[in-house]
Design a protein around this ligand. Structure first.
Ligand SMILES: C[S@@+](CC[C@H](N)C(=O)[O-])C[C@H]1O[C@@H](n2cnc3c(N)ncnc32)[C@H](O)[C@@H]1O
Length: 255
């Protein structure tokens, strides 16, 4: 997987914080004692959890050393460690939280069910997944990757979709372990100031694996075509704003 860059991901922090707050708002209990933030990145989600649950023991883990180094700088008073979600277990955690990270783990729906079944009574698993693979922003990445100039280097990336499940997949996996399940999908319409801003947004996330295999000249060519196509798919509104529609899927499951 292409390396995560805390600086690139940190742009659009306010927009990226919104689903974290929306997920926290739907947690069924007013308090939790021990919270694990899986795939915490540079601690944006951990910071939101710490604001909402200031008395809880909260820690974050992430497989990226660069993200964990940034997390230590953001919240020096909390614990962060480099660790893979797939290998993580903590039966004492009564809230397992994961914002925009769990879908990177192979078989993430089964992993989520296992996390739920490991919970103490009253514990909850809460996750948010970007659901934007079929949006023009992401369809265009694959479409350009399939063009002759890029096919040789990008065919594998374009074929590797980090797909998430549908409502019924999470319902069926979690219902045997949980008494409370809340699943919803929200489409945010982020108002950005230019098509270039959309490119800057995805450079911090979904575009990384498409740019990583390319050399400098190929990367410049790919980006020029991508920016052009993005401008066509996301026209400026009369206000001057560009609207980035961004669907996200949310799951909260409690024992
Ligand atoms: C989109 S970022 C989200 C960061 C953070 N949760 C937030 O809301 O700002 C996804 C994070 O998941 C991490 N990640 C991806 N796969 C992982 C895995 N298998 N184990 C641990 N972390 C992982 C990445 O390193 C990245 O920091």
């Amino acid at each position: 997987m292409a390396a995560w860059d805390p600086q690139a991901y940190g742009r659009f922090a306010a927009e990226r914080r919104r689903p974290v707050d929306d997920l926290i708002a739907r947690l069924p209990r007013p308090d939790y004692a021990r919270i694990a933030d899986l795939g915490c990145g540079a601690a944006a989600s951990t910071a939101a959890l710490a604001e909402r649950f200031p008395h809880a023991e909260i820690y974050g883990l992430d497989s990226s050393p660069a993200m964990i180094a940034a997390a230590h700088r953001v919240l020096p008073e909390r614990e962060f460690r480099v660790e893979d979600i797939a290998a993580w277990r903590d039966p004492r955690a009564d809230l397992v939280f994961s914002n925009a990270a769990l879908h990177w783990v192979d078989g993430h729906i089964a992993v989520m069910a296992r996390l739920a079944s490991d919970m103490p009574p009253g514990g909850a698993v809460a996750a948010q997944f970007p659901d934007n693979l079929d949006e023009p922003s992401h369809a265009l990445m694959r479409e350009i990757a399939a063009r002759p100039a890029f096919r040789a280097k990008l065919a594998a990336t374009a074929a590797e979709r980090q797909t998430i499940g549908g409502f019924v997949d999470y319902e069926q996996a979690l219902a045997p372990h949980c008494r409370h399940i809340d699943i919803w999908r929200t489409v945010y319409a982020h108002r950005l100031d230019s098509p270039k801003a959309i490119v800057a947004w995805v450079e911090g996330a979904g575009l990384r694996p498409f740019l990583a295999p390319l050399n400098e000249a190929e990367r410049a060519d790919y980006l020029a075509i991508y920016e052009d196509e993005i401008a066509r798919s996301y026209p400026r509104q009369p206000s001057g704003a560009v609207l980035l529609a961004f669907p996200r899927l949310f799951v909260v499951a409690a024992r």
